[in-house]
Write a protein that binds this ligand. Sequence first.
Ligand code: ADP
Ligand code: ADP
Ligand code: ZN
Length: 218
Amino acid sequence: MNLILLGPPGAGKGTQAKILEQGHGLKQLSTGDMLRAAKDAGTEIGLKAKAVMDRGELVSDDIVIGIVSERLDMPDVQKGVIFDGFPRTTAQAAALDKLLASKGQKINAVIEMKVDDEALVKRITGRFTCAKCGTGYHEEFAKPKRLGVCDKCGSTEFTRRPDDNEKTVRDRLQVYNKQTAPLVDYYRGQGNLHVIDGMADIADVTREMEAVLRQLKA
Ligand code: ADP
Ligand code: ADP
Ligand code: ZN
């Protein structure tokens, strides 16, 4: 089964993808995480992507489709993928349909997560991540159980993304509305779209997602 979590920056895609990975044998595929890893490793792709990402614009379709295509050939994603932050343009969506079709697969559901702009800004500006295991947190909405210690791995080092500031977030929201929001109609046209209320608490959003998955399996 292949799912897409579609929603603006800060909607909770990464948070929910990591929760859903657990019970369903699916693998999160976050193009943002992959691009940040390339940036940190200083690869050619990383170097090309860095300035674009720091400005909150989109990395070119060719680069992103290339890394997704390589990733989908790996053995750990063959049972199914939760796409997080991909596709972001209609060209990427069309390329993904083609890639999956060549493997006899398809997108089974697209879950659109709706969250108000002001809530998104709050979520993004309070977001931080465990430097060791990548678990996501929020200063107010998802604090570690022990202050300054990662729940999952015990690390005391955390990072913040350079693009998680108010100015860049507002630019990223505009980019989303212009380049990514049209995908809602694309997937509605395919009959795959499920819309959920992303304003609810993390656990309630998970429950809504689980309900969509049950419906698919029924
Ligand atoms: P995305 O992957 O869509 O950019 P994240 O999953 O990283 O979003 O969530 C953005 C921030 O908001 C994180 O700090 C996360 O802990 C927090 N968050 C996620 N879901 C919720 C929610 N339902 N309510 C409040 N805060 C949330
Ligand atoms: P968020 O969910 O907070 O918007 P991501 O981690 O998904 O953040 O993306 C961070 C940045 O990485 C984006 O602003 C963009 O520059 C780049 N990026 C990630 N995924 C894509 C994609 N599918 N196409 C183009 N650029 C992407
Ligand atoms: Zn950790």
